[in-house]
Design a protein around this ligand. Structure first.
Ligand SMILES: Cc1cc2nc3c(=O)[nH]c(=O)nc-3n(C[C@H](O)[C@H](O)[C@H](O)COP(=O)(O)OP(=O)(O)OC[C@H]3O[C@@H](n4cnc5c(N)ncnc54)[C@H](O)[C@@H]3O)c2cc1C
Length: 412
């Protein structure tokens, strides 16, 4: 019997890989499995928590995706271990042999070691639909009016936004001195902070949670901050840090560091096993997970493709209608960098240049035409010559075109 291509995970990396596999191998058997009962986008979870969408509305594939692509899907089926010697995935009730295997199991949230946080009944993460469902239940059962959120990164602010939409008061503690510290500088962070504050959120910046108060039901009723303040709450959400979802790989013999170790082709230390997405710890964002999935799939089919994206921080953000693109460094990481900023009505732009190449951009308020900046930064185009002629903000695609001997336009 022909063994199938097996993919563990139906998130960004798993689905992108499955589509590419089907394209390259129209007849090959493909078997997917996931803990998720619904294949869903993590980026849209806040819409479910905010009451804007139901479970099905979080899907990023057509309802008949698996049927149409002739892909088998073990929904709600967890991989418990991998046996590379026998080339099979071990599940609760049996095992699944594979020809080639892709591990695309994403990441899991961490709970900081604050007293009671790891044992109390009302501390949640926000990683998948089941987390949002648990929070929904808590909101109902506890008639929640006030929630304490640890972390003001994208996930923390997604939770805050959704809860505010439901009329719940949120307090957000952030160890850094600004919100969204991975994507913003002081100016762009301030704009988001003000919008959240206008909607009723309270930020505690540069302050950590240090202790908590629990009731007889083992529920946290207040969080104590390192500055001595005590914030009452109905439940707590931890949105400060994720780690690759690796626990089921124990004993597999696969090389693991922070994530599963892969080469440029997304191949692990076992030649028949590939990994893609958050589980590799190479990045933590949706488009990169999809790229990695596609590249893994191509290599699983015998093609030679390499994953070369070195800019891990690449985010499009939108809170309260204020959009932003942030790619690469938000503050210069090395001396000798030139920092260009421009503020105009409701818009902020920042470009960091070093050695003639762009190392980071932030565009807030107006993100039209930003494909151009992504092109410059991703391909590390030397712009030093152009900067002698004009301001960095006046650069456009036209500056990087020239006509070749056939009279056709091409990039310089
Ligand atoms: C709340 C939130 C908001 C986000 N917002 C953004 C955003 O705005 N922009 C952005 O670029 N990124 C965002 N991200 C990050 C983005 O969602 C991830 O980078 C992306 O989902 C990673 O894709 P993945 O395929 O590696 O993992 P995931 O999409 O997490 O999928 C993991 C899959 O593995 C399955 N699985 C896990 N363990 C097992 C097991 N043992 N057996 C079987 N199946 C298993 C799961 O069921 C799931 O199907 C956000 C993440 C979160 C949590």
């Amino acid at each position: 019997m022909v063994k199938p291509y097996v993919i563990i995970g139906t998130g960004a990396a798993g689905i992108a890989a499955a589509e590419r596999l089907r394209l390259l191998k129209p007849e090959a058997p493909i078997q997917m499995m996931s803990v998720d009962e619904y294949s869903h986008s993590r980026c849209m979870l806040h819409k479910y928590l905010g009451g804007e969408r139901d479970e099905k509305g979080l899907s990023f594939v057509d309802e008949d995706f698996f049927e149409k692509k002739n892909i088998m899907w073990g929904r709600g089926q967890a991989a418990k271990a991998i046996d590379p010697k026998e080339k099979r995935v071990i599940m609760e009730n049996g095992y699944q042999p594979y020809e080639k295997l892709l591990i695309a199991t994403g990441s899991v949230f961490g709970i900081p070691p604050i007293p009671n946080f790891r044992t109390a009944a009302n501390v949640f993460g926000f990683r998948d639909l089941s987390d949002a469902q648990k929070m929904n239940k808590a909101i109902e059962e506890l008639n929640a009016k006030h929630v304490f959120i640890v972390g003001s990164g994208l996930v923390g602010l997604d939770v805050a936004y959704a809860l505010i939409e439901r009329g719940i008061q949120v307090t957000i503690a952030e160890m850094a001195d600004r919100v969204l510290p991975l994507q913003t500088d002081a100016v762009s962070a301030r704009a988001y902070q003000e919008l959240f504050e206008k909607a009723g959120a309270v930020f505690k910046l540069g302050i950590g949670a240090s202790d908590s108060v629990v009731n007889e039901k083992n529920q946290i009723t207040a969080v104590k901050l390192s500055n001595g303040e005590e914030i009452p709450c109905d439940f707590v959400v931890c949105a400060a840090g994720v780690r690759p979802n690796l626990s089921f790989l124990e004993g597999s013999g696969l090389a693991v560091e922070r994530g599963i170790v892969v080469d440029e082709c997304m191949r692990t230390s076992d030649p028949d096993i590939y990994a893609a997405g958050d589980v590799t710890a190479l990045s933590g964002i949706w488009p990169n997970a999809m790229d990695q999935g596609r590249i893994a799939a191509a290599n699983m089919c015998g093609q030679q493709q390499k994953y070369m994206d070195t800019f891990c921080i690449k985010n499009t953000i939108n809170f309260f209608g204020l959009t932003m693109l942030s790619v690469g460094e938000v503050e210069p990481k090395e001396e000798g960098s030139q920092v260009y900023t421009r503020e105009c009505r409701n818009a902020y732009q920042k470009v960091i240049v070093r050695d003639g190449m762009i190392k980071g951009v932030q565009f807030q308020g107006d993100i039209s035409h930003t494909g151009f900046w992504q092109y410059l930064i991703k391909n590390q185009i030397d712009i030093s010559g152009k900067l002698k002629e004009k301001s960095v903000f006046d650069l456009s695609y036209g500056d990087f075109y020239e006509t070749d001997e056939l009279g056709e336009y091409r990039y310089t």
